[in-house]
Design a protein around this ligand. Sequence first.
Ligand SMILES: Nc1ncnc2c1ncn2[C@@H]1O[C@H](COP(=O)(O)OP(=O)(O)OP(=O)(O)O)[C@@H](O)[C@H]1O
Ligand SMILES: [Mg+2]
Length: 275
Amino acid sequence: MKVISFINMKGGVGKTTSVVETSTILAKEHNKKVLLIDIDPQTNATFSLVNYENWRDNVSQNTIADVLGRNSHLTSRSDEYDINKAVVKNVCGINGLDLISSHLSLTFLDLDLSSQAGREKILSRQIKKLESEYDFIIIDCPPNLTLAPQNALVASDFIITPIIPDFYSFLGLPLLINRVKKLREDLEIDVSFLGCVFTRVEQNTRLHSEFIPKIRDVCAGDDIYSFSTIIPKNIKVSEASSSSSPACILFPNESGVVSYKNFTKELLILLEGDK
Ligand SMILES: Nc1ncnc2c1ncn2[C@@H]1O[C@H](COP(=O)(O)OP(=O)(O)OP(=O)(O)O)[C@@H](O)[C@H]1O
Ligand SMILES: [Mg+2]
């Protein structure tokens, strides 16, 4: 089992879209057993796969907020929450793709757990119970490095950073790399960057074509791989998110989707020499 977190402290760069498309493609086209964990209180990945009414009525009582210990002050460690209760199987009718959904209450996690020792390690401990069930656990993180994404980092083998090739990303990437290095030391973990992937790219603009090589150089300077597959800006990818279904199911031949399929192949080659 490989655990991969999609992380960038910058918002709106395509983390959620990349997580939803990659997880679906791994399950549908490569027959992998995949668990997508939405650890962002914005709940965007959740609602890309489950419609709101269904979530409210059937899912909202068992979410990542429960896994990470919302209400944990009411229970003792011995009757810790069972992560299996939060798993939605074959979500959106996709065989092999399971989901642990998010909840807005995750916003208060840092406060709720502020005095609990080992609070960064809850997710890592919980997902050990699922080890034999999945090939991949893919985690969608919020645009910050607060307690929930710290839990994701501790639980992860790898980080993938989606990145829009522009000036702000160029400035922000070294900060992210340094922040992750610092957390690796503080939390004594050995998560590593699997790579950066360019997203929402407009290849015919000078800005983007100028910053792709500059950002690749920043990555190379820190020994971080940058994926050769580039995800273009494609409005259909964006449209899918409002229909509670991944773009790779709704629009399988769109350029954005084809690129996510290539990205997923590149990811598998990197990890296991798979095609
Ligand atoms: N390749 C693409 N082409 C066009 N639009 C895209 C593409 N990828 C993502 N988007 C759109 O851009 C917006 C931001 O994407 P997304 O939500 O995936 O980013 P994020 O990094 O998860 O944001 P946040 O930091 O808020 O969690 C969304 O409206 C999404 O539909
Ligand atoms: Mg997101």
